[in-house]
Design a protein around this ligand. Structure first.
Ligand code: F6P
Length: 549
């Protein structure tokens, strides 16, 4: 207990039991665990919708899992989960409900925020999006000069970019190939330049995606895009045919010059990093069509229902969250790798970085006090097999423990030629080989048996014992993508609940924004910015000199 009578997570009996258990387990070996229980490879698995989750290659026993579930019970993870699904204001620092789950609720569901059922509004927006997406896809929605739209440029950043950009890449094989999609986020003018340099303004639709519509990067890029359009088309009226907005802020959208008739709304109970299944997904819906977008929402819902109803022993987000806690807090792991064996998931880990690190990168607890335990890990990774030829060396033989998720599919996308589809088994052979090597390594005796000279034996020994979760699905469909994203959303939720932090605010990004605004006049005009620290002052001076100012 603290002086104020509140118990600290790291002083609870459940936490202490885990710490003791960790000590007792010592250097538990995966080889030994599998030797003791050869059925572990099938026993330590779960099915969630279309996902097969294998957690057998983790440094855990039944007892570890039981103790972790006790920690979840003691920290009332399911209580907070139920409060979230009920629409309670669990985002305490912003006093908001957290209801991304309502974005995929069926039409007849009732989810109330302050006594009002939000589901009809969710579906009204989805219907408007579907109508608009259908018109762009069919060519009925034309540009100002009557030409059909050929390129859609989404301008947004963070959650207003990463989600749609990731999902567009993931589902490329389902997209309308006659349309081109680009995603602009960086305030570096090069981003917009590269996105529009070869486009015809008369055939380009800009989707300005911003929850707040105050984000400087997005507003700046959107303003430049509008200038580019008007330079070419020379008529203010063109804006209405070439710009739509996705936002919660009708006033700012209107002030920017976009007719609110061309705005697709969402709500403050949708966090930016949880928003791509809201109106923020419009570019994706245009790309894959409304039906497939709805399939994706169904996928999200399958995992929502699972998270809400599956018992603790069979609850995949709970399990994945708790395994992360086990390594983060009881093995001092600093990071977590997510390694998809699908080229189409090339942006998946970048998307998860925001989801996880913006949610759980907090050192202050829900009670306003500094926490005394580690919170969110560094999340990183890129698609296999590229990573194998780059940084996997460190995972295999480095000095750090890096738990990893391997995500793979039984079938390649249908569109591939027979020859390219045949490469899929090789891709997946690598997938399985890596988790095998990571788990079981290669002993010095095994190395010697290969005739390796004694002085090279230590170098060629793989200690193994690197924990991994394997997630398999038949194919990367819209539904499976929704299931994967929801799985990680709820995993992040579980960890935030255990660590007693508010996973839904992001105050940590504010200071940099404020300082950028303050520093800008120093760069452009050489203004003397009061309170600028000596280091930044010197850097600004060097910048101005290099810039020739
Ligand atoms: O600065 C962080 C952040 O607020 C993210 O949480 C959000 O996804 C991103 O900026 C973009 O915000 P908006 O959609 O309001 O432009």
């Amino acid at each position: 207990m603290n002086a104020d009578g509140r118990s600290r997570l790291d002083q609870t009996p459940e936490w202490n039991a885990l710490a003791k258990h960790r000590e007792e387990l010592g250097e538990v070996r995966l080889r030994d665990l599998f030797e003791a229980d050869p059925d572990r490879g099938t026993g330590y698995t779960l099915r969630v919708g279309d996902l097969y989750v294998d957690y057998s290659k983790h440094l855990v026993t039944d007892e570890t899992l039981r103790l972790l579930r006790e920690l979840a019970a003691a920290t009332d993870v399911f209580g907070l989960r139920d409060a979230m699904f009920r629409g309670e204001r669990i985002n305490i620092t912003e006093d908001r409900a957290v209801l991304h789950t309502a974005l995929r609720a069926p039409r007849d569901a009732v989810v109330e925020v302050d006594g009002e059922n939000v589901v009809p509004a969710v579906h009204a927006v989805l219907d408007r999006m579907a109508d608009f997406a259908g018109r762009v896809r069919s060519g009925e929605w034309t540009g100002h000069t009557g030409r059909r739209i050929r390129t859609v440029v989404n301008i947004g950043i963070g959650g207003s970019d990463l989600g749609p950009a990731m999902a567009y890449e993931a589902l490329r094989a389902c997209t309308a190939r006659e349309l081109t999609f680009r995603f602009v986020s960086n305030v570096d003018g090069a981003d917009l330049h590269e996105a529009i340099r070869d486009l015809d303004p008369a055939e380009t639709l800009f989707i300005v995606a911003s929850k707040t519509f105050t984000t400087i990067e997005t507003v700046t890029n959107a303003t430049s895009a509008r200038a580019w359009l008007l330079d070419a088309l020379g008529d203010e009226k063109a804006v209405a045919r070439h710009f739509v907005a996705l936002s919660t802020n009708a006033e700012k959208v209107s002030a920017f010059g976009i007719d609110t008739a061309n705005m697709f709304e969402f709500w403050d109970w949708v966090g930016g990093r949880y928003s791509y299944d809201s109106a923020i997904g419009l570019s994706l819906m245009i790309a894959i069509g409304p039906d497939r977008f709805r399939e994706m929402l169904n996928g999200f819902r399958i995992v929502d229902d699972h998270f809400r109803t599956a018992p603790p022993e069979a609850n995949a987000p709970l399990l994945m969250g708790l395994l992360g806690v086990w390594y983060n807090n009881f093995h001092d792991a600093q990071s977590h790798a997510v390694l998809p064996y699908s080229h189409y998931l090339s942006k998946f880990t970048a998307y998860l970085q925001q989801l996880d690190m913006e949610s759980n990168g907090k050192y202050v607890g829900r009670d306003g006090r500094e926490v005394d335990w580690q919170t969110g890990p560094v999340v990183w990774g890129t698609p296999g097999t590229n990573g194998q030829h780059a940084y996997y060396q460190l995972i295999h033989q480095g000095t750090k423990l890096i738990p990893a998720d391997f995500i793979g599919f039984a079938r390649p996308v249908e569109e591939l030629s027979d020859r390219l589809a045949a490469q899929h088994d090789l891709l997946m052979a690598n997938f399985f080989a890596q988790t095998q090597a990571l788990a079981f390594g290669k002993t010095p005796d095994e190395v010697r048996a290969e005739g390796v000279p004694e002085e090279l034996v230590p170098h060629k020994t793989f200690q193994g014992n690197h924990p991994t979760t394997t997630i398999l699905a038949t194919e990367l469909t819209p539904s499976v993508l929704g299931q994967l994203v929801a799985l990680y959303e709820h995993k992040v939720f579980v960890q935030g609940a255990v660590w007693n932090i508010d996973s839904f605010d992001q105050w940590g990004v504010e200071l940099g924004k404020v300082l950028a605004k303050r520093v800008e006049p120093a760069l452009t005009e050489g203004a003397d910015v009061p309170g600028l620290d000596p280091s930044t002052k010197a850097l600004v001076a060097a910048y101005r000199e290099l810039r020739g100012r």
